[in-house]
Design a protein around this ligand. Structure first.
Ligand SMILES: Cc1ncc(COP(=O)(O)O)c(C=O)c1O
Length: 371
């Protein structure tokens, strides 16, 4: 999982705990994503993984123009970074309805898209958007097996599509189907599971087209099902992996068929030797995500150590080799789950050729930016 490109020439000025972003590996992962999607136009990466305007700009430099978001702050970050096309795939309720409309009004060079999965949400968005110069484009969010959000892709979704088409201030714009429940390690089993949701989405699109609607886009999947949806020969398919741009230990282990390299590592230091067979690192759960349960990171040289305690600022490991690690020694760690780990850091170090060359803000770490 670690490779020679993760090596650092000098760690003496790098604070710990901190997050390091390997710029060349981010570019390599983005290029692989474009290749898998068979063109940047079929790619709508989810920015929740990195939340960084600089990575949006890096993506744009490779021709990626469409982005997916989970929060209004992420949508604003993309628009402020000149992203021309933003899909907010998260239900808009309460004051967030007006925040979103405010964003649409404020960033005229960006096309904003939203999802709805219930007639009440469609009515609420239509009312909130009254007075806008341009309609909000709306995709219908389908429940394809995850059971989190979405509407039944049969009659209920077809009726909702027709409703959004009729409502003022909205323009119906396609289907959104996220299959985060598909997690089989075996690529064949994963493909079979993903195709169930994929087929429901296609059947609905064909039915709507037969009824005379236009269905300009089908936004499908995350990282594990990315290659499966990318292989689909159909106009309008957009794949929305998030994790692959930075990648992490969990996906590397669970989905070895995904050929991405971890591009975001943590730098931690040994801070104590409380017992002969224990070491304590400054890698508490305020620096590395505590989600999911189990080891929170793969630590270079300590892959087999047992976690005995993980608290806010401490990670205590048990290993007969504890004595091999000096107090103050810097270690690299690959987070198990990168997306929530990024959100724990305000700034990151950018690494090129083993050296720190810049620092980037984790722009959308804050819940509120301008609106
Ligand atoms: C709606 C939606 N789309 C895409 C993704 C990206 O999935 P992954 O993290 O597997 O790349 C997520 C992840 O949570 C998501 O919720």
């Amino acid at each position: 999982m670690f490779n020679s490109r993760h090596a650092l020439r000098d760690t003496s000025d790098i604070l710990s705990p901190s997050l390091l972003i390997y710029r060349d590996l981010v570019l390599q992962n983005l290029r692989t994503m474009i290749e898998t999607a068979r063109g940047a136009d079929r790619l709508r990466p989810h920015v929740k993984t990195h939340k960084m305007a600089d990575i949006v700009r890096l993506s744009e430099s490779l021709g990626i123009k469409k982005f997916k978001c989970a929060t209004i702050a992420e949508a604003e970050m993309v628009a402020a970074a000149q992203g021309p096309d933003v899909l907010l795939s998260y239900p808009l309720v309460g004051p967030n309805l007006h925040r979103f409309v405010h964003l649409v009004r404020g960033y005229r060079n960006t096309i904003f898209r939203a999802t709805v999965d219930h007639p009440d949400s469609a009515h609420a968005l239509s009312e909130a958007a009254a007075g806008l110069e341009r309609p909000i484009r709306v995709l219908i969010d389908l429940e394809v097996g995850m059971g989190r959000t979405g509407i039944d892709p049969g009659d209920p979704a077809a009726e909702l599509y027709a409703l959004v088409d009729r409502l003022p201030n909205l323009a119906v714009d396609g289907l959104h189907a996220y299959d985060g429940h598909v997690r089989d390690s075996d690529p064949a089993a994963r493909a079979a599971a993903a195709r169930l949701g994929q087929q429901k989405t296609i059947d609905l699109a064909d039915r709507l087209i037969r009824q005379g609607f236009s269905v300009p886009r089908l936004v499908m999947g995350g990282s594990p099902t990315f290659p499966i949806h990318a292989a689909l020969e159909r106009a309008g398919v957009e794949c929305s992996p998030g994790t692959t741009v930075l990648h992490d230990a969990s996906y590397s282990e669970k989905f070895p068929d995904l050929k991405y390299t971890p591009a975001a590592l943590l730098l931690t230091r040994v801070i104590s030797h409380p017992r002969a067979d224990r070491i304590c690192l400054d890698l508490g759960h305020k620096a590395v995500a505590a989600d999911p349960s189990g080891p929170r990171a793969r630590i270079q040289g300590l892959e087999d150590a047992e976690v005995v305690n993980h608290s806010e600022e401490h990670l205590v490991l048990q290993t007969p080799r504890a004595g091999d690690f000096a107090i103050g020694q810097a270690l690299l760690a690959i987070p198990t789950h990168i997306c929530p780990t990024v959100a724990l850091h305000r700034r990151v170090y950018v690494i090129e050729d083993g050296r720190v060359t810049a620092q980037w803000d984790v722009t959308a770490r804050d819940r509120v930016l301008g609106v």
